[in-house]
Design a protein around this ligand. Structure first.
Ligand SMILES: [Zn+2]
Length: 367
């Protein structure tokens, strides 16, 4: 059987299944029950907090003929039609990737067509802040006079980059980071369904490492279970999460600030070949830069970082050799590629480009 990533396998299908966003899912299911739908919604929040999953559930629920407490029933004619990947009534556009740009360019023409199966045609536009100017204009014109049968769900990790003209036309929902306790419970449920045994402490460490993102937590759980098999122990989780990885990030940061690009690319390539998820890799690397900065600037850094003594020592040794500006620059560059990583066809190239940019930026500063 082909292995299916946990995040895909356990994608929520009803509002009740969405983790940690009760304030939003309650409001949305109430709108469905009361049949009070507006034409444009804006879902904001960090990656992996459930924006797209919620958008998909909402899109189905709007058209469902027999909604169950506001969620799609999954059985009626429209629900079945919508579950089909080629359905015409839910149009998903990733503004961060270029392959659907034409879709939005002729949006104004397309929205005139009525839905095929349900009452509404729903456009889900992910990472909407990355649209081109011409696409924004098309979207804005449509938002000003939306046809009766059209609903837009715009999602973004960076709402501050959206023009006020778009913001003012949307009902906005802010997705918060998912609390560790909820991630822990979610993981335990999944492990039980997967017949994987676990130590309490091990699950907590994984949930912590996910940092509020369901997607990241489950990607980490994927690599942990690939390493541990059906018995997840605290010791093994630490091995895979910190010990091995910390050395990688320490080496990478050393090569980076030594401006040894060749060595940097080699380290990334090795991690890639060892099956490391490149989005998680990029995030872990920014966390490493942040840890070093905390060590350099805070009085009692390990009160904030809570690292095992031997690892804290390793980090402190490295931090001593670096300067704050270089670290801040590196954090900034990796912060900027965070949204793009999700849709990048090759996240590895994005990481490599970021490393090149950090090295050349440091050069410019010094020349
Ligand atoms: Zn239905």
């Amino acid at each position: 059987m082909i292995y299916q990533a946990l995040y895909r396998k356990y994608r929520p299908l009803t509002f009740e299944d969405v983790i940690g966003q009760r304030h939003i899912t309650n409001t949305l299911s109430n709108q469905i029950k009361a049949n009070k739908i507006v034409h444009a919604y804006l879902f904001c929040g960090s990656r992996g907090t459930g924006k797209t999953s919620t958008a998909k559930i909402f899109a189905k629920a709007i058209n469902c003929q027999n909604n169950q407490n506001g969620s799609p029933c999954g059985k009626c004619k429209t629900c079945t039609a919508m579950a089909d990947t080629v359905n015409m009534d839910i149009v998903e556009i990733d503004a961060a990737s270029n392959n659907r740009v034409d879709e939005i360019r002729d949006l104004r023409e397309k929205v005139k067509f009525t839905p095929v199966n349900g009452k509404y045609k729903i456009y889900i536009i992910d990472e909407v802040h990355m649209l081109t100017d011409s696409a924004y204009n098309a979207l804005l014109k449509t938002l000003e006079e939306p046809p009766e049968h059209i609903v837009f769900i715009l999602a973004t990790t960076e709402p501050h980059k959206l023009p006020a003209t778009i913001l003012s036309r949307c009902v906005r929902f802010d997705f918060g980071l998912v609390p560790v306790e909820e991630l822990t419970n979610h993981l335990k449920n999944i492990f039980e369904k997967e017949k994987i045994t676990y130590e309490e402490e091990a699950v907590k460490v994984i949930a912590n490492a996910g940092e509020g993102s369901v997607r990241d937590t489950l990607s980490i759980a994927d690599s942990v279970s690939a390493y541990c098999g059906n018995n997840i122990t605290f010791q093994k989780v630490l091995e895979i999460l910190s010990l091995n990885d910390n050395d990688i990030y320490i080496n990478l940061a050393n090569s980076l600030f030594d401006k040894d690009l060749g060595k940097c690319l080699e380290i990334v390539d090795t991690a890639y070949r060892n099956g490391k998820n490149m989005s998680v890799f990029a995030k872990d690397l920014s966390v490493h830069f942040r840890n070093l900065l905390v060590i350099k600037t805070c009085k009692e850094p390990n009160k904030i970082l809570v690292l095992p003594e031997n690892i804290f020592k390793k980090f402190s040794n490295q931090a001593e050799k670096l300067n704050n500006l270089d670290l801040m620059n590196a954090m900034k560059v990796f912060g900027n590629i965070e949204a793009e990583l999700r849709y990048a066809l090759s996240p590895k190239i994005l990481i490599e480009t970021a490393l090149v940019s950090i090295i050349s930026n440091n050069d410019l500063k010094k020349n």
